[in-house]
Design a binder for this molecule. Structure first.
Ligand SMILES: C[S@@+](CC[C@H](N)C(=O)[O-])C[C@H]1O[C@@H](n2cnc3c(N)ncnc32)[C@H](O)[C@@H]1O
Length: 275
């Protein structure tokens, strides 16, 4: 048999072993990127073949968590795609103001930069005191960092530029204080945010949301899993609620396309129809 086929089988068996032993279901993650991550993991841990990973992780939870860490890409930044945040400010927040107590969900929030960016907009548009924000990820390490809200000062110049391009109304430095070379997010931005573990593959809906961000997460899923997550978001949204995806993701051609209208296709902002 050809070697590539053997590796494909080994990857299948590895994902099945992870699912049965630890309950994490990566079986429908996009294969090419998963395979790249497994290879990187093999290099770091000096494991010769994919099949050799299986017996080791079955008895070593720490090694499994390290592998899962490789699967979860946490690249993020504040005001990522500033044009998107400008569109949120101009097209979504005015509508959000019409709800008495808006509920917002950041699914796949990684280390929190996206959540605090939105929180800044909400404060500047005088909405923050009325909102409840849920920020979830399936990676506990990322969630812990998100809760801390402490970021490298080296990135602040870039974040400040992004903030200004997103229509920032104040000075970006109003939102953090510097502490030993790090930027610590002000606690006034944190008080309405609840961080929680939630797995988009296995867990259930959040109810009556008015705005959901799920940006740069679906790109790691295959079509079936994307449709599962999108149905979860549709069912979690109130009528007239908004769904926001990442710049390389879209609702168009998905199973839930008919349930939404397009607010801004370039910025991937959609609104749930009255069903
Ligand atoms: C590239 S980051 C996106 C961060 C942020 N939303 C952004 O756009 O900058 C992708 C995040 O999705 C999370 N993720 C991947 N699969 C997930 C799943 N099944 N359930 C919940 N979160 C998941 C990862 O842990 C990671 O933090």
């Amino acid at each position: 048999m050809h070697e590539v086929d053997i590796e494909e089988i080994a990857v299948d068996l590895l994902l099945e072993a992870i699912y049965r032993r630890f309950g994490y279901d990566f079986r429908n993650y996009a294969r090419a990127s998963l395979q790249r991550r497994i290879h990187h993991f093999q290099e770091v841990y000096d494991i010769k073949s994919v099949a050799d990973i299986i017996p080791r992780i079955l008895v070593d939870e720490a090694l499994f968590l390290a592998l899962a860490g490789h699967f979860s890409v946490m690249v993020t930044e504040m005001f990522r795609d500033p044009g998107f945040f400008l569109a949120i400010r101009q097209k979504v927040l005015p509508a959000l103001k019409t709800f008495a107590a808006p509920r917002i969900w950041h699914a796949g929030c990684a280390t929190g930069e996206e959540v605090y960016s939105a929180a800044i907009l909400l404060q500047e548009e005088t909405l923050y005191s009325r909102v409840t924000i849920f920020a979830t990820d399936f990676n506990d390490e990322a969630l812990a960092a998100a809760k801390d809200g402490i970021y490298a000062l080296d990135n602040i110049q870039q974040y400040t530029r992004n903030y200004q391009l997103a229509g920032g109304k104040q000075s970006f430095s109003d939102y953090y204080h510097a502490d030993y070379g790090r930027a610590v997010i002000k606690s006034s931005l944190k008080k309405n945010i609840t961080f929680a573990n939630h797995n988009l593959v296995a867990d259930h809906v959040f109810s009556e949301m008015h705005l959901i961000f799920c940006r740069n997460v679906l790109i790691y899923f295959n079509q079936d899993l994307q449709n599962r997550a999108l149905a979860l978001f549709r069912d979690s949204l109130a009528h007239g609620g908004f769904l926001c995806l990442g710049s390389n993701e879209s609702l168009l051609f998905s199973e839930v396309e008919k349930d939404f209208t397009v607010v801004d296709e370039k910025q991937k902002i959609y609104k749930k129809k009255r069903l």
